[in-house]
Design a protein around this ligand. Structure first.
Ligand code: GLN
Ligand code: ZN
Length: 758
């Protein structure tokens, strides 16, 4: 008999109870004992739900008080020295200190979990004295058994991936660290074995990335030792997010089961299994239900795939799984009452995916006829969406097909544009500007709420926004900035704002997913062809421009960022979706230009987030991402100055692509990378306008003039002064008014000093 199996379930709760409990505890409103109680309730609810639905292998220890990578580090006592941890069970104050920082010690770094929008806490190995502090998987197993009678499958992040994700060790220490870690894992696993645990799921997503020869040997050593230590515990080595590299070696590791992603790694994994087969004595974890996407699966397609896989792993050795943990999708479609029926009927969040796993398992074990009605219903729902008006916008499809073939270059090259722009704008040396947003004060947020609730009419709200613009245009003039912005007071968020105005987007009521810690995001859903219907930013920008003689930059979010921060349809390539967005945004760029706005910034902070895990696919992604940006911006006149902005992540290995976007000016987050970015510009002479952020906007601290002068001088050793702009790292929406004005005053003063020196 095939079995259904879940790799992990969202921890946030149907109504984000988890988030609320954490935040109440942090703010001192919830006692620690009460926090434990509330989280246990949430955890048990999730297990009960899976039990009631009839999932065979339920994951335990997928729950966390913050992040599963931090949990693993804490379990091994790997806590940075600055938290004064002295061994033993890690107190919650230390655990949350590492995650969020304390008044004396900075938080550990947080970074993206593979190619998802989940962020984990990076373990710091330097100086650590690892020891097993508690067996968390064992505790989770016992709890599920005692409270609910579930014979759970503990999930643990594997040693190989744990080490890959950690920092604070050199290449020469890899093997030492692996053997230290293996000893700790052996302890954990031995206790599980003694407890009578049947299956343990060891997550090794790093196996889908490029592995060196040495890495493969290391894997063999690590899993050889683990297998030897716990002969009667079944290890399911779980991979996800892509197909595995080194398929042959991996399936032959001495474990009892191998989990493969047959959604995001379908092509590669299917090709491998067809070519090399699958060991008859091992269990195949077949990840056929998309653990990251929000769409209903075609049950008949999945059945066909499973039947093929049955040819390689017999029924009694087949697990029917989600492609990865369901952590990356919202909890349930149940509460969505406001979407169009053809959309609601085609959605499957975590709970609905559990149902799909159950149905597929039943069909495989009892025959397709056992789910005839569900098969029909499913195909009907998918067809309705496919045939909907929203997915059949011929005009968009045709226009995008044409645009894609264009070369999408500006009329002239940068040198000529630069001349034309300088003549028109007459900007001083080192022009100063900001990234777009000004403080979203309590007043601004309250006004938006009143308007959303209908307490305020649109007229009143529009007047309020204009008053904000007035006052900040005045501030900017007084501060002495050269290029002004309207301040983005009308926006909640840089993607949602545009999605609400474009066709092809939908917004769920409760489609939250965890982004990092207690922070959840509710990504828009791009379900249809994206279409421009009305100008989105023209009114506010033109109004701002009418209040000043200095240039005001128009402000848009770029196509790649909108795509990467949304849930996208799965019937169209991401590339195509991005071109549709680019075509829509181009119409906004043109509308701004026509309305007299001569500088337009198209933000692309999330370019890097879509980078494929497979190295051989990265160039292709970057090529179409660059092209989509060019499609958005290429039709304007030479005198119109196109800006872009990037932040949050490492850009130093993509400077060539950034340059190929051909924006007249880029502003880029720099001060947080401690000069690393400048270093990489030393090797790549960037030939377009560039503003390196001269101060960090993530803290209320007002940077002094000398500090910024230091940043400017350093950058000018590398960059051409004629191309250099001066700006903060990022938008200022999270800052207060006073500190913002004070910081920008200092920035302008530092600029004057730099001008005097040149
Ligand atoms: N223009 C946006 C702002 O200033 C850019 C935000 C971002 O880079 N994430 O808020
Ligand atoms: Zn930014």
């Amino acid at each position: 008999m095939a079995k259904s199996s879940v790799l992990g379930y969202p921890r946030i709760g149907e109504n984000r109870e988890w988030k609320k409990a954490l935040e109440a505890f942090w703010s001192g409103k919830l006692e620690e004992s009460e926090l434990h109680k509330q989280l246990q309730e949430i955890r048990l609810n999730h297990l009960r739900k899976q039990q009631e639905k009839g999932i065979d292998l339920i994951a335990v220890n997928d729950f966390s008080y913050y992040d599963q990578v931090l949990d693993t580090a804490a379990m091994f006592g790997i806590i940075p020295k600055r938290f004064n941890y002295t061994g033993g069970a890690v107190p919650l104050s230390v655990y949350y200190g590492v995650a969020r920082g304390t008044k004396d010690a900075a938080a550990s770094e947080m970074t993206k979990w593979f190619n998802t929008n989940y962020h984990y806490i990076v373990p710091e190995l330097y100086g650590a004295e690892p020891a097993l502090t508690e067996n968390k998987p064992l505790a989770a197993y016992r709890e599920a058994k005692e409270k609910l009678g579930i014979d759970g499958k503990p999930v643990i992040l594997g040693p190989f991936t744990f080490l890959k994700l950690s920092k604070g060790y050199g290449k020469s220490e890899i093997d030492t660290w692996l053997s230290i870690l293996v000893n700790l894992y052996v302890k954990v696993l031995k206790e599980l074995e003694e407890e009578g645990v049947q299956w343990v799921q060891i997550d090794e997503p790093a196996l889908v990335t490029k592995l060196s020869r040495d890495d493969v040997t290391r894997l063999q050593t690590v899993y050889g030792k683990l297998a030897e230590a716990v002969p009667s515990l079944n290890i399911l080595l779980q991979t996800y997010f892509e197909s595995v590299e080194n398929y042959k070696e991996i399936i032959n590791l001495p474990v009892q089961g191998i989990g493969l992603d047959f959604v995001h790694g379908l092509q590669g994994n299917l090709a491998s299994i067809r070519e090399f087969g699958f060991p008859k004595d091992k269990v195949l974890g077949a990840g056929v239900i998309d653990g990251r996407g929000i769409w209903k699966a075609s049950l008949s397609d999945k059945l066909e795939l499973l039947k093929e896989l049955q040819g390689y792993a017999a029924s009694d050795k087949l697990l029917i799984q989600s492609s990865c943990s369901l952590l990356h999708v919202p909890v349930t479609v149940k509460g969505e009452t406001k979407l169009q029926p053809e959309l609601t009927n085609a959605l499957a969040f975590a709970d609905e995916k559990l149902d799909e796993l159950i149905l597929l398992t039943r069909a495989l074990n009892e025959g397709d006829a056992s789910i005839t009605a569900e098969l029909e219903q499913c195909e009907k729902a998918l067809q309705a969406l496919e045939q909907s008006e929203a997915r059949n916008r011929k005009a968009v499809q045709e226009a995008v097909a044409v645009i894609q073939r264009e070369d999408a270059s500006r009329q002239s090259n940068f040198e000529s544009r630069q001349l034309a722009q300088q003549q028109k704008w007459q900007l001083p040396l080192f022009p100063t500007t900001t990234i777009g947003s000004f403080p979203q004060s309590a007043e601004v947020r309250k006004a938006r709420q009143s308007w959303r609730k209908g307490e305020w009419g649109s007229e009143q709200y529009a007047i309020f926004i204009k008053e904000q613009i007035d006052s900040w245009i005045q501030h900017q003039e007084e501060i002495g900035l050269d290029v002004l912005v309207h301040g983005e007071f009308e926006r909640t968020d840089m993607v949602e704002f545009f999605g609400e105005k474009l066709d092809g987007f939908a917004f769920t009521q409760n489609g939250w997913v965890q982004s990092y810690g207690s922070r959840c995001v509710k990504p828009p859903v791009i379900y249809g062809d994206v279409e421009f219907t009305e100008a989105m930013t023209v009114e506010e920008t033109v109004y701002a421009q009418s209040k000043t003689a200095r240039p005001v930059k128009g402000m848009l979010t770029g196509p790649i960022t909108i795509m990467n921060w949304s849930f996208v349809r799965d019937d169209l390539a991401r590339e195509q979706i991005t071109y549709q967005l680019a075509y829509a945004l181009r119409q906004e760029v043109e509308a701004l230009e026509k309305a007299g706005i001569g500088m337009i910034q198209v933000d692309e902070p999330a370019v890097r987030e879509g980078l494929p895990l497979k190295e051989n696919e990265q160039a292709d992604y970057l090529a179409w991402a660059v092209k989509a940006f060019k499609v958005t911006t290429c039709t304007v006149q030479d005198t119109t100055q196109i800006h872009t902005h990037m932040c949050y992540c490492e850009f130093h290995d993509m400077i060539d692509s950034i340059e190929a976007m051909d924006a007249d000016v880029i502003s880029i987050e720099t001060s947080r990378s401690h000069g690393e970015l400048i270093q990489s510009f030393e090797q790549n002479t960037y030939k377009l306008g560039i503003g390196l952020g001269v101060y960090d906007i993530h803290s209320p601290r007002v940077p002094d003039i000398e500090e910024m002068t230091g940043m400017i001088d350093r950058a000018l050793q590398v960059l051409d002064p004629k191309l250099f702009w001066i700006n903060p790292d990022c938008g200022l929406k999270t800052r207060g008014k006073e500190e913002t004005i004070a910081s920008l005053r200092n920035m302008v003063a530092a600029t004057k000093i730099a001008r005097d020196k040149h």
